[in-house]
Design a binder for this molecule. Structure first.
Ligand code: HEM
Length: 528
C-alpha cells in the first residue's frame, strides 16, 4: 500500500467513526463532534456489530445488489441509512417524501452541492467560474430546448453519418457490433453537432477526450473524498492527472473553432448590435458566446471558459444518453420481433403522413417510439437513488412525516424501487415497450394523467431525469435525440434478436448497461 492510500484509509476510517468532518472546513469542534446522522436503521448492519456504520459500509461496498434488495424488502416505507464505499452515508427516505424533497428551496435542500462535493469539482474541474456561475443551465433550458425543432435536420444528418461509419452499409452479411462502444461514438458526434457544430463534432479525439474525462472523474473524486479538506490541496495534483490531461486534449481540439467564432463575433458585433445578431451557427457554443459577451464578467468570454462549458455539458449529456440508448437497444432486441415490427409500422405511417420528413410534429406522433425510451429509462435508471440533496438549511430539514434531519446530511429516495413498484406500474418488472403509449390512449385514465406519459415528463413515480426545479434541463433534447437514433436504427438495420438480455453492471450506486456486449446487425435493403 502506498503512503497516499494509507493516509486515505486512515481518514476514511476516522470519518466513519465521525471523528473527522466531511466538509472542507476543519474546526476543532467538527473534529470532535458527535455523529450528525439520524438514529434510524442502517442498511447492511447486523445485530452484534461493534461499528455498525463501518461494518455495513464494508458489506454494502462488496455486495451492492444485496443493498438494493434490503431497501426494497425492509425499508420500502421507512427511512434508513445507506453507507456505501466512496460516498457519504445517505439518509434514504421513503417514496412518500419525494414530492416534499423535490419542492424544497435550494437554501434548505441543495442539489448542486452533493454533485460538486461528490465529484470534487474544486480539484477535478479546471475552471471554477463554470461551477460558480452555471449559465449553461439557462442555455440548455432555453436555447437548446427551444431550438430542438430546428436542430432535427442536423441531428438526423449526424445520425446517418454515425451509423454508416460505425454500423456500416453492407446489406448482405450480418456483422458483430459492440453496442455501447459504437453508441457512445454516434451519440458523441450527434450531441456535439448541437454543441459545437460540424466539422468539430466529427473529430473522434473530441468525443474520446470528453468521454475519458467523464470516466476518469468519478474515480479520482472517490480517492479525493477520503481525505479531509486541509490535505486535499496537497494530494490533488497526484490524483487528478488524468482529468487534467483529458481536459487539455479537449481544449486543444476546440480552441481553433472557439477563436474563430470569437473573432467573427468581434468583427460583426457593431452590425449585430444594430440589426440583431445573425447567427451562422445555431449551436451551444454560439449561444454561449452571445451569453458570455452580454455578461458583465469578462472572464465568461475567455476561450478557456467557453471550452470548459462545452466540456461540462459533454460530461452531463453523453454518458447518460449513451447508457440509456444502449439499455433501450438491449431491452428491445431481447424481447419480441413483433415489437420491432410494430415500431417500424408506426414510424413508416407517421413519416408517410409527413412527406417522409422527420420533424417535431411527426416525432410527437411516434408515441410507441417515445414509450420505448421511457420504459428503458424506468427499468434502468443510472443511479439507484433519486433526487439526492444536501441538507444546508441552518435548521436542518424536517420530513413530511416529522423526522428531523440535521444540516450536512445527504437525503435521497429509492428511485429504482419506486420505478419498479407494482403500486406505480402494474407488472413492474416486465419490459413492456409500449406501456406508456397504451396509457396515453387509455380513455379510462383522466386526460391530465394521460398527457403526462411522454419521455421527458418527470413525476414522483418517474425519477430517471430527477424531479422538481433541478430536473435535468437537457431531457427534452435527450428525448428527441434518442428517439431519432433509435427510430433511424430500427428503420435502417436488421438486428438479430437475443434469447436473453445480457445483465447490467452494478458499480456502487450506479447501474450500467452491459458495456462490452455485442449484437449482430445488417443494413436493410432499399433504405435511403
Ligand atoms: C438520457 C439522458 C439523460 C439522463 C438520464 C439525465 C439524467 C439527469 C439527472 C437524474 C439529473 C439530476 C436531476 C435531479 O437531481 O433532480 C440531471 C441533471 C442535469 N442534466 Fe441530465 N440527463 C440526461 C441528458 C442530459 C443532456 C443531453 C444534457 C445537456 C444537454 C444534460 C444536462 C444536465 C444538467 C446540466 C444537469 C444539472 C441540472 C441542475 O444543476 O439543476 N442531461 N440529468
Amino acid at each position: 500500500m502506498d503512503r497516499y492510500s494509507l493516509v486515505a484509509l486512515i481518514c476514511s476510517v476516522k470519518r466513519e467513526l465521525c471523528l473527522l468532518p466531511t466538509s472542507d472546513d476543519v474546526t476543532i469542534w467538527q473534529v470532535i463532534r458527535p455523529s450528525n446522522l439520524p438514529n434510524i436503521p442502517i442498511v447492511g448492519s447486523k445485530a452484534g456489530d461493534w461499528l455498525p456504520l463501518l461494518q455495513a459500509r464494508w458489506r454494502n461496498s462488496i455486495n451492492y445488489r444485496a443493498v438494493a434488495d434490503e431497501i426494497n424488502t425492509l425499508y420500502k416505507n421507512q427511512p434508513c441509512l445507506v453507507p456505501i464505499g466512496g460516498s457519504e452515508t445517505i439518509v434514504l427516505l421513503p417514496a412518500s417524501e419525494t414530492q416534499h424533497i423535490a419542492s424544497q428551496p435550494d437554501a434548505v435542500l441543495n442539489m448542486p452541492q452533493p454533485l460538486i462535493q461528490g465529484l470534487q469539482f474544486k480539484y477535478t474541474f479546471v475552471d471554477q467560474i463554470i461551477i460558480e456561475d452555471p449559465i449553461h443551465l439557462k442555455i440548455i433550458a432555453s436555447n437548446l430546448t427551444h431550438q430542438i425543432s430546428y436542430l432535427i435536420d442536423d441531428v438526423l444528418d449526424e445520425t446517418e453519418w454515425g451509423f454508416e461509419k460505425y454500423w456500416g452499409t453492407d446489406t448482405t452479411d450480418f456483422k458483430d457490433i459492440a453496442v455501447f462502444e459504437t453508441m457512445r461514438r454516434i451519440i458523441g458526434s450527434v450531441t456535439n453537432r448541437a454543441f459545437v457544430g460540424i466539422p468539430t463534432c466529427r473529430n473522434p479525439g473530441l468525443v474520446d477526450a470528453g468521454m475519458s474525462y467523464t470516466r476518469a472523474l468519478p474515480e479520482e473524486a472517490k480517492h479525493l473524498r477520503m481525505y479531509p479538506g486541509f490535505i486535499k490541496p496537497l494530494v490533488a495534483p497526484f490524483y487528478t492527472k488524468r482529468t487534467k490531461a483529458h481536459t487539455r486534449e479537449f481544449y486543444n481540439i476546440l480552441m481553433p473553432e472557439i477563436q474563430q467564432r470569437l473573432q467573427e463575433y468581434d468583427e460583426n458585433q457593431s452590425s449585430w448590435e444594430k440589426n440583431g445578431p445573425k447567427l451562422d451557427h445555431n449551436d451551444f457554443l454560439q449561444w454561449s458566446i452571445v451569453q458570455a459577451k452580454a455578461h458583465n464578467d469578462p472572464r465568461m468570454a475567455k476561450p478557456s471558459t467557453l471550452a470548459g462549458r462545452i466540456l461540462m455539458v459533454n460530461f452531463g449529456a453523453i454518458h447518460t444518453t449513451s447508457f440509456t440508448v444502449t439499455h433501450a437497444i438491449f431491452d428491445l432486441i431481447s424481447s419480441k420481433q413483433e415489437y420491432v415490427d410494430e415500431l417500424r409500422e408506426e414510424i413508416s405511417s407517421v413519416l408517410a403522413a409527413h412527406g417522409g420528413e422527420w420533424n417535431k410534429t411527426a416525432m410527437a406522433q411516434m408515441e410507441k417510439l417515445d414509450s420505448l425510451v421511457r420504459e428503458s429509462l424506468r427499468l434502468h435508471m443510472v443511479s439507484t437513488f433519486g433526487i439526492p440533496r444536501l441538507v444546508i438549511g441552518k435548521d436542518g430539514f424536517t420530513t413530511r412525516s416529522g423526522m428531523h434531519i440535521r444540516r450536512g446530511n445527504i437525503v435521497a429516495v429509492p428511485g429504482k424501487n419506486i420505478a419498479t413498484d407494482e403500486a406505480n406500474y402494474p407488472d413492474a418488472d416486465t419490459y413492456k415497450p409500449f406501456r406508456f403509449a397504451e396509457k396515453r390512449k387509455d380513455e379510462q385514465i383522466e386526460y391530465v394523467k394521460r398527457a403526462r406519459q411522454a419521455t421527458p415528463t418527470t413525476s414522483a413515480d418517474f425519477l430517471a431525469f430527477g424531479h422538481g426545479k433541478h430536473a435535468c434541463p437537457g431531457r427534452f433534447f435527450a428525448a428527441s435525440e434518442m428517439k431519432l437514433i433509435l427510430g433511424y436504427m430500427v428503420m435502417n438495420y436488421d438486428i438479430e434478436m437475443l434469447d436473453k438480455r445480457p445483465p447490467d453492471i452494478f458499480a456502487g450506486v450506479a447501474r450500467l448497461p452491459p458495456m462490452a456486449a455485442e449484437i449482430r446487425v445488417r443494413r436493410r435493403k432499399n433504405t435511403p
